[in-house]
Design a protein around this ligand. Structure first.
Ligand code: GLC
Length: 443
């Protein structure tokens, strides 16, 4: 029975994902050896004969998927998305469709199998990224393509290339992933461009197959678009290969996202810790952990998820900077994760000192810059408030009614005490419980 969009089924399927809010992206493969990012073949026009030999040295003995998953878990991440195959066509799984795979390297390992087993062991939802593009496959367009490494080389013309045969290869590999690795929670296709989108990938047939094998899987929107564009669900005209969420990349939508009829859209901002998805040895421009915590809170306050990337090196190890950042994020999440998980926009105006997230009748005021004096919980009335606590330690926070606030009798001022330095310089969170229904929910 061809796939049809049914909103109730969709909302049921998406429930865990919007509660999870925070995931880890992992870009890893043969490109970790040249260590100049996952687009190195395209950017440097590297031909197969110069790239294939990396296979013979790919033996990442430092790769311990249980360690990777324990770091994701400790950072407070609830799901992971690993590149099963990126644009270079190298498979981290034992595909019967190709020899260009990790099981044919000196490691002999099926890293996708190790990953899915470790992720489940740590209670993480399992996502796989799969590239629609495959620069290694002879039937994928070469000369004149927008991105192919041989796009400028007339000797790599497209005579004899059979795109239908390429699509059979693509579909067969997706079938392998949906059949041989147990339950998948997310399939993250990447990406559509020019005329290669939707039915050019035989998208309806692909999604039918995927949903018949993995009925509850969540699929991103890049069978139709890329990080640019929203997709048919946003247009309120869901195609059979519509994405379940919008995937803005290296950006947080300034005001969140809504569909053409004004309904909130489900979206996930994905970004890198430095400036590369795949390992880049020279790129030390890592975002501070404090910034990434604040970006996660920003995503949630605008109704979205955050997928934060790690690019392991050719030895199979997370970069030192990434390990440190994950650990620092984890420390904050350990004490404040309640203000992220299952939360979303508050329906109140953003305060100038921070942000607000919300779950039901509990609001979380995220104080990023301290105020002079007590903190105005703008949008609340005294009679609405049941309690105010510092989330990190549960300590009671009183309302300050000193004379200096007498000009603003309707504003609730939370008293953080005499110290002008915030208890948590990254983000001090106040948990504010209000009377049921007192504060209109965001819609
Ligand atoms: C961009 C990059 C691609 C990466 C993706 C993640 O499309 O080109 O390499 O996998 O972002 O969103």
């Amino acid at each position: 029975m061809p796939y049809q969009f049914v909103r109730e089924d969709y909302e049921r399927r998406m429930a865990w994902y919007t509660r999870a809010r925070f995931g880890m992206f992992i870009h890893w493969g043969l490109y970790a050896v040249p260590a100049r990012g996952e687009w190195v073949r395209s950017e440097e026009r590297i031909p197969n004969e110069a790239y294939d030999p990396y296979m013979q040295e790919f033996n990442p003995e430092g790769c311990d998927m249980r360690e990777w998953m324990s770091m994701a878990k400790a950072a407070g991440m609830r799901y992971v998305v690993l590149t099963a195959k990126h644009h270079d066509g190298f498979c981290l799984f034992d595909s019967a469709c190709t020899d260009f795979k990790s099981t044919n390297t000196p490691s002999g390992r099926d890293f996708v199998r190790e990953y899915v087993e470790a992720a489940r062991e740590f209670g993480l939802k399992v996502g796989l990224y799969f590239s629609l593009i495959d620069w290694r496959h002879p039937d994928f367009p070469h000369y004149g393509d927008a991105h192919h490494p041989m796009r400028d080389n007339p000797a790599c013309g497209n005579e004899g290339r059979d795109f239908g045969r390429y699509l059979d290869y693509l579909h067969n590999q997706v079938r392998e992933l949906c059949t041989n690795y147990g339950r998948l929670d997310i399939l993250w296709f990447d990406f559509s461009y020019d005329n290669l989108r939707g039915e050019a990938w035989r998208g309806a047939e692909l999604v039918d197959m995927v949903r018949s094998l993995q009925p509850d899987v969540i699929i991103d929107n890049r069978l139709e678009v890329s990080g640019e564009g929203f997709g048919s669900l946003a247009e309120c005209a869901p195609s059979p290969c519509h994405g379940d969420f919008v995937s803005p990349e290296q950006i947080i939508p300034p005001s969140g996202l809504r569909d053409a009829e004004g309904r909130p859209l489900i979206w996930e901002s994905n970004f890198t810790m430095n400036n590369h998805w795949g390992y880049c040895a020279a790129d030390h421009f890592f975002k501070p952990a404090s910034m990434l915590v604040r970006k996660l809170v920003e995503c949630v306050s605008k109704g979205g998820n955050m997928l934060l990337n790690v690019g392991p090196d050719a030895r199979g190890r997370f970069p030192e900077e990434s390990r440190r950042i994950l650990s620092e994020i984890g420390r904050w999440m350990d004490r404040n994760g309640e203000s992220v998980y299952g939360c979303g926009p508050s329906g109140l105006e953003k305060p100038d000192y921070g942000r607000i997230t919300r779950r039901g009748d509990t609001l979380y005021f995220h104080i990023l810059d301290n105020t002079v004096g007590a903190v105005p919980l703008t949008g609340l009335h005294h009679e609405d408030v049941l309690s105010i606590r510092r989330l990190a330690d549960g300590s009671e926070v009183s309302v300050n009614r000193d004379w200096v606030y007498n000009n603003y009798p309707d504003v609730v001022f939370a008293d953080l005490g005499p110290d002008p330095v915030l208890p948590d310089p990254v983000d001090t969170v106040l948990e504010v419980r209000v009377k049921p229904g007192a504060v209109p929910e965001w819609t």
